[in-house]
Design a protein around this ligand. Structure first.
Ligand SMILES: Nc1ncnc2c1ncn2[C@@H]1O[C@H](COP(=O)(O)OP(=O)(O)OP(=O)(O)O)[C@@H](O)[C@H]1O
Ligand SMILES: [Mg+2]
Length: 289
């Protein structure tokens, strides 16, 4: 059964999508894992990162998107009935590596409808992923930068949260808001899925910037106070990311990004794996007691 990781931060533009897509690509291409990337953002940036517009239009018309699986229309037509019965039909395959596959559950603007009409939606993503998660080793959920029913859906469906964060002073407020959201979710969720925080990963880091170093120290102190793990690996600031998005290529597959930038997803991925091992061991220890 897959390990499900949501990349969450209510602050916009911190690199959630860029990191989610590159981690998904890394686990698939370099570790031969079966990976599903779930786009849970009406901006559908993750979808656009890995699919060109023509392919997206065809997919939307013929196979559908996550919006078709999560939103009940007034009437189910034949196509919707088919994908609701078998959600695998709504997946778009991005690549194969040996026996492993990399699939996308694409999003579209219509997903925003749920934000305005959230009734009885909290567990819909969890239920949907239950039907397909045995096919994968990892599922990455790319979240929207707003606190809405989409956030609750991601929290109910995930085993772990990864918090990408830019090293600036505004991030502290975002971190406080995020902690509150997680606490409120754990208190109010009727059947709490025991979602655990993997930690904070700094993104868009400019090496040698004293202002950023100061902000990182403030964030580090806040994380320590909250008992939140801080990743030692980081994603550096690099203009190559924008180019790799245009090229629909993982950053590690480019010949223009510098070596530390190309290595970063692998390093973060390795740290994710050791965090999961540590949290699993801690969980087992707690049960024994
Ligand atoms: N490490 C990086 N270095 C330089 N630019 C980056 C880096 N990571 C992301 N970017 C750029 O920053 C912008 C925002 O990144 P991204 O879309 O991944 O953030 P996000 O948190 O998903 O945004 P949103 O909150 O809108 O979903 C994009 O233009 C992306 O190319
Ligand atoms: Mg995004």
């Amino acid at each position: 059964m897959a390990i499900t990781i949501a990349l969450l931060n209510m602050k916009g533009g911190v690199g959630k999508t860029t990191l989610a897509v590159n981690l998904a690509w890394h686990f698939h291409q370099n570790e031969e894992k079966n990976v599903l990337l779930v786009d849970l953002d009406p901006q559908f940036n993750a979808t656009q990162y890995v699919m060109d517009f023509q392919a997206f239009q065809t997919q939307r018309k013929n196979a559908g998107t996550i919006a078709d699986l999560l939103i009940d229309p007034p009437q189910l037509n034949a196509r919707l009935k088919k994908i609701r019965l078998n959600p695998r039909l709504a997946l778009h395959t991005i690549g194969h590596n040996g026996n492993a596959k990399f699939d996308l559950l694409p999003a579209e603007l219509n997903l925003a409808w749920l934000v305005k009409n959230p009734a009885q939606s909290d567990f819909r993503l969890e239920k949907l992923l239950k039907k397909i998660r045995d096919d994968y080793d990892y599922i990455f959920i790319d979240c929207a930068p707003t606190d809405s029913v989409l956030t609750t859906m991601a929290l109910t469906a995930s085993d772990y949260l990864l918090i990408p964060m830019r090293p600036d002073r505004f991030s502290i407020l975002g971190f406080t808001n995020l902690n509150e959201t997680i606490e409120i979710f754990k208190e109010n969720c009727p059947n709490p899925h025991n979602v655990k925080v993997l930690g904070i990963v700094f993104t868009q880091v400019s090496v040698g910037s004293t202002t950023e170093q100061e902000a990182m120290n403030v964030i580090k102190a806040a994380a320590q106070k909250e008992g939140t793990y801080l990743f030692s690996s980081q994603l550096q600031y690099s203009r190559s990311f924008n180019r790799s998005i245009k090229d629909q290529t993982p950053i590690f597959g480019t010949d223009y990004a510098q070596y530390p930038t190309r290595r970063a997803p692998a390093k973060i991925a390795a740290e994710i794996e050791s965090r999961i091992t540590a949290l699993t061991a801690a969980g087992k220890g707690a049960k024994k007691k």
